[in-house]
Design a protein around this ligand. Structure first.
Ligand code: UDP
Ligand code: MN
Length: 356
């Protein structure tokens, strides 16, 4: 049963027409960059007793980011296609989100188990103006190594246009929504040697399309690797304490300046902050905040983390990433989690700051 629905035709002109009828959305430069973050989780209670609590915190993190940056957000907790479970759930959802939100130029899918760990970082949308799909990845790993980790499909930016709808149809047709997922699982496995999951998966399906249908799709796909549009948690979480310390020292210095020169405009403090950060080398890779920390393989909802690491490593990593991100939010409210592993404890900030 192929329940993905009738293919949509002529979406670009339909969307243009809609925008004409809704001029408030079409106005201004913001129209080209309107982003709807879409995420979601399974319709039922998590098997892991702490799973739903984690989902709430993962969601809160995304809501905070969207509030700060003026993005819209949609959380889905139903299966739009009963066959499209797990990582396949996002395809009918992305399609529906495009049609339901013609005002959004970009749909930004973020897996529920991904944390936005730089609350200040803005998506560099200008860089993607000639592309329709952006994922984290490396071209040479796609074409030379044909590796499963050459890109990650858990965080993606997809333009609201006909090209994308066609891609989504094609993409999902290789999964359980399509007529022959077993066949696709085998094809993917023979192409992508390090693919571990035996069935058809969406990440492999995208790699397949890039390799086998390069001329049809590749030109409009942007593989990002200059910042962590997706970042694998295992290589990140141990560094978060150090990164947090670096930023806090800079913030403290800027705070001192602010108290001494209360009359100065905020632009000045922004510049000072950048100067301090340059001086401390905070733009360097291991000192900069990673934009996204993705807990791939941790399965926070089911608790069935894969055998490569312990649940404790996942749990501690998630606490660190969530509190690291939350500190950037709480700071404006005058509080901080002094210990990234202790989620309940917060201290009021003024006590942490030296008197001016
Ligand atoms: N998901 C969903 N509905 C479901 C099951 C999963 O929307 O019924 C989403 C959820 O956001 C999850 C994503 O699909 O994060 C992909 O699954 P997962 O993160 O477990 O895959 P991994 O990143 O570990 O490969
Ligand atoms: Mn994930």
């Amino acid at each position: 049963s192929y329940a993905f629905g009738e293919p949509v035709k002529d979406w670009d002109s339909k969307r243009r027409e809609w925008l004409k009828l809704h001029p408030s959305f079409a106005a201004g430069a913001a129209a080209d960059n309107r982003v709807l973050l879409v995420t979601g989780s399974q319709p039922t209670v998590c098997k892991n007793p702490v799973g739903d609590h984690l989902q709430l915190r993962f969601f809160k993190n995304k809501v905070d980011y969207c509030r700060i940056h003026g993005h819209d957000i949609f959380y889905n907790s139903v299966l739009l296609d009963p066959n499209g479970t797990g990582f396949w759930a996002k395809y009918p959802l992305l399609r529906a989100a495009m049609l339901a939100h013609p005002e959004s130029e970009w749909i930004w899918w973020v897996d529920s188990d991904a944390v936005l760990t730089d609350m200040e970082f803005k998506l560099p949308l200008e860089r993607y103006k000639d592309h329709n799909l952006v994922v984290h990845g490396w071209w040479n790993m796609v074409y030379e190594q044909k590796s499963w980790t050459s890109l990650n499909a858990g965080v993606l930016l997809i333009r609201n246009c006909q090209w994308s709808l066609s891609l989504l149809d094609k993409w999902a047709s290789m999964g359980p929504q399509g007529p022959n997922p077993e066949k696709w699982g085998k094809i993917q496995k023979s192409l992508i040697k390090d693919k571990a999951y035996p069935g058809s998966d969406d990440q492999s399906a995208l790699i397949y399309l890039l390799i086998k249908e390069k001329s049809r799709w590749a030109a409009k796909i942007y593989l990002e690797s200059e910042y962590n549009l997706h970042g694998y948690w295992l290589g990140i979480v141990d560094g978060l304490d150090g990164i947090s310390k670096g930023y806090m020292e800079v913030d403290r210095e800027v705070d001192l300046l602010r108290r001494r020169h209360a009359e100065k405009v905020s632009l000045f403090y922004g510049q000072m902050r950048e100067k301090y950060m340059r001086e401390r080398g905070i733009w360097r890779e291991n000192k900069r905040r990673p934009f996204v920390t993705h807990f791939t393989g941790c399965e926070p909802c089911s608790g069935e983390h894969n055998g490569m690491y312990t649940w404790e490593a996942c749990w501690n990593g998630m606490q660190k990433a969530l509190n690291f991100a939350d500190n950037q939010v709480l700071r404006r409210f005058g509080f901080v989690h002094p210990d990234l592993l202790n989620s309940s404890l917060v201290s009021p900030l003024p006590f942490d700051f030296p008197d001016a």
